[in-house]
Design a protein around this ligand. Structure first.
Ligand code: MSP
Length: 513
């Protein structure tokens, strides 16, 4: 069985500071990457920045900066965001790197060789902000401006010589691929959207521009730069050392297992990218999963509306695990979801502070007081004790399935349910009643609940890795045991070493905070 797993985020335009939408794409991807690791896979998780194109060139000009220097500065902000969000990415690619340049040129040459590129003239609508071409029927008039209906971004009329990619020639092959690979595009609603768009007929795609210069020049015709999306999408293979197809990284990790993207960039990933790859005779990625938008005050975040939520501010105020957990729990993955500070506070208090956090703290301080700070062994477990632990083992395949189908909300709901059960078990079992009269019974309850804390911490570790690591460290669980299959094993707990002191895991948020 292939135990390699390759997962990617979109690469971000470093045209402004990172915002919550970017953080969301990255956090979701990180959760799946971390889960695959604890499932025992050798994971490659890629993120990075998309630095060419007219949008970046314009922003750099506005800031009186050379585009490369401008990108260096902003790309650094995205790179440091990976640390702030505690992402476990293995690589960070920039499209201005030499390794990427080589890949894009190779793709271009392959498309020329296969006869999929021709020179013509483009006249039509272009949105610099989306870096996308739009048809007449995708445009509407808003306050006297022409805008793209889906994104609301301004469009301008463009007429210039351009190389075209014969996208129309790939329509049937794409449709066949969608039909034969039912989970190539997920969720299903997005798959249907793509299929009906492709069924309506694909037009050839303009893949070069001449009216600006910030990009990778077209080989043998330096007047043109390669369209930023053809350039950007290639990042997923340039990070694997393509065109060196014998390179270990490429051989081990391509085709990618999953590209996580937002719904606004679905067309590029589900239509253009596979068409380019088919034409270049490269295998297609296995899955494209599109999430919805994070809405602030019910609207998509944008500079012009002024409703941008800054992830760094929230992390500084409430903590990274708190933000990661909240986004996972609150937003139904695949759909748009509104977030608010009020809900964030309630979520931290109810699910993290009062539930999982409080359980760990109560159990550990009880063990400290009554068991010389060591996890006791359990003997003669009652049906009720066994029920608590067995349930987790029994539903483990279901949980793994949820994660592997990006059903993150069901996963979290189920794990939080287990955590509520564990709290109830502890309260109902009343170990304090036995501290004088029946130490063996008290010990068994403490063993059972600690076993379940361990299981919950493993299951929550992809979502709240810092806090769960603190808990698992404090009970002396080895890093190598932070794995899904540890849940199925007995006797993993260390009864000899003392439990290490942990600071409060999740501070409760008071009203005025
Ligand atoms: N550079 C392209 C992607 C190229 S991938 C080969 C791009 N960059 S972006 O910076 O504009 O957006 C990157 C990601 O952030 C997209 O997945 C997009 O959906 C996501 N988000 C941007 N705003 C968002 C929200 N308000 N909510 C959720 N995610 C959104 O597109």
């Amino acid at each position: 069985m292939n135990k390699n797993f390759y997962i990617t985020t979109p690469i971000y335009y470093p045209s402004g500071k990172p915002h919550m939408g970017h953080a969301y794409s990255s956090i979701i991807t990180d959760i799946f990457a971390r889960f695959k690791r604890i499932e025992g896979y050798n994971v490659l998780f890629l993120t990075g920045t998309d630095e060419h194109g007219q949008k970046i060139e314009k922003e750099a000009k506005k800031n009186n900066k050379d585009p490369k220097i401008f990108c260096d500065e902003l790309s650094d902000k995205f790179r440091s965001l990976t640390k702030i969000l505690n992402l476990s990415n293995d690589d960070f690619i920039r499209t201005t790197e030499e390794r990427h340049f080589q890949s894009v040129i190779e793709i271009w040459n392959r498309l020329i060789e296969s006869g999929d590129i021709y020179l013509d003239k483009y006249s039509g609508w272009y949105s610099v902000s989306d870096e996308a071409f739009y048809d007449e029927d995708e445009i509407e008039e808003l306050d006297g401006n022409k805008v793209a209906r889906t994104s609301g971004s301004m469009v301008e009329w463009v007429e210039e010589e351009s190389y075209f990619f014969k996208l129309s020639a790939w329509q049937t092959k794409l449709l066949n691929h969608y039909k034969n690979n039912k989970d190539f595009i997920l969720p299903i609603s997005r798959q249907n959207e793509v299929i009906s768009f492709v069924e309506k007929g694909l037009k050839d795609l303009s893949i070069s521009r001449t009216s600006f210069s910030w990009g990778i020049p077209v080989p043998k015709n330096k007047k043109h730069v390669i369209y930023v999306w053809l350039d950007a999408l290639t990042n997923y293979i340039s990070a694997l050392n393509f065109p060196d197809v014998n390179h270990n990284k490429y051989k081990s990790f391509w085709p990618a297992d999953i590209h996580i993207i937002g719904k606004d960039i679905l067309r590029f990933h589900a239509i253009y990218w596979p068409a380019f790859l088919l034409a270049a005779k490269i295998d297609l990625p296995k899955r494209i999963f599109s999430h919805g938008w994070i809405l602030s005050d019910e609207k998509k975040m944008s500079k012009s509306i002024g409703n941008i939520l800054d992830p760094i501010e929230i992390v500084n105020k409430y903590g990274i695990d708190q933000l990661r957990y909240y986004l996972t729990k609150e937003v139904s993955l695949g759909n748009d979801g509104s977030i608010s500070m009020e809900n964030l506070k309630a979520c931290i208090n109810n699910d993290l502070a009062n539930n999982y956090g409080n359980l760990c703290q109560r159990v550990f301080s009880f063990i400290k007081k009554n068991c010389k700070n060591k996890i006791p062994e359990g003997h003669n477990l009652t049906d009720n004790d066994l029920k608590l632990i067995k349930k987790t083992k029994e539903i483990l395949p279901k949980l793994i399935n949820f994660m592997n189908n990006q059903n993150l909300n069901e996963y979290v709901k189920t794990v939080v349910g287990l955590s509520f059960d564990a709290n109830k078990y502890f309260n109902d079992s009343e170990p304090w009643k036995y501290s004088k009269t029946n130490v063996e019974r008290m010990n068994t309850i403490l063993f059972t609940i600690t076993e379940q804390i361990k299981n919950l911490s493993i299951l929550l570790s992809p979502i709240i890795p810092l806090s769960t690591k603190k808990v698992l460290d404090s009970i002396n669980l080895n890093d190598k045991d932070i794995r899904v299959d540890t849940i199925l094993k007995n006797n993993v707990l260390n009864h000899k070493k003392e439990i290490k002191e942990t600071k409060i895991l999740f501070k409760k948020i008071e009203d005025d905070n």
